[in-house]
Write a protein that binds this ligand. Structure first.
Ligand SMILES: [Cu+2]
Length: 148
């Protein structure tokens, strides 16, 4: 009985330090709902890193492929394209919002309805190339939803 107490305390302190080391604050994540036959949709959020990081990818069990995208003008057309890494300077709010950066869920495994939750795992890399991951629950908002 006396032996288990230090172990429990150690596990608790590890759990607490893990929470304290969340490197990126993920604010207001959401995913846009999809209609049947739609194969892709976007996920949006605000990211604030506690140190210089880059968002280099994401995963979701709702889609076959998940990419970081940006909307950009190509001539007269607005197109979206994949970005290899989205810089997250320390302490700076980086918005992933409709019309800008977003996480693209490609090859949806099923239609996403407003009100359900999508699990997203964000993959970050620091200047030294060390990777870390953070999982967030993003509610699905209706098709016409806007804002970050
Ligand atoms: Cu996209």
């Amino acid at each position: 009985m006396t032996m288990t107490q230090p172990i429990a305390a150690l596990i608790l302190s590890l759990a607490l330090s893990g929470a304290a080391h969340a490197q990126v604050a993920v604010d207001a994540p959401w995913v846009r709902a999809s209609v049947p036959q739609q194969t892709a949709t976007g996920a949006f959020m605000r990211l604030t890193a506690s140190r210089d990081l880059r968002l280099i990818g994401a995963r979701s069990d709702a889609a076959q492929t998940t990419e970081v995208h940006e909307m950009a003008m190509q001539g007269q057309m607005i197109r979206m394209r994949q970005v290899a890494a989205l810089p997250l300077p320390r302490g700076q709010v980086v918005a992933l919002a409709p019309g800008g950066y977003h996480v693209m869920l490609i090859g949806l495994k099923r239609p996403l309805s407003a009100g359900e939750q999508v699990t997203l795992t964000l993959v970050f890399e620091d200047a030294g190339g060390k990777r870390s991951e953070q999982t967030v629950q993003a509610p699905v908002r209706p098709l016409g939803a806007g804002g970050p």
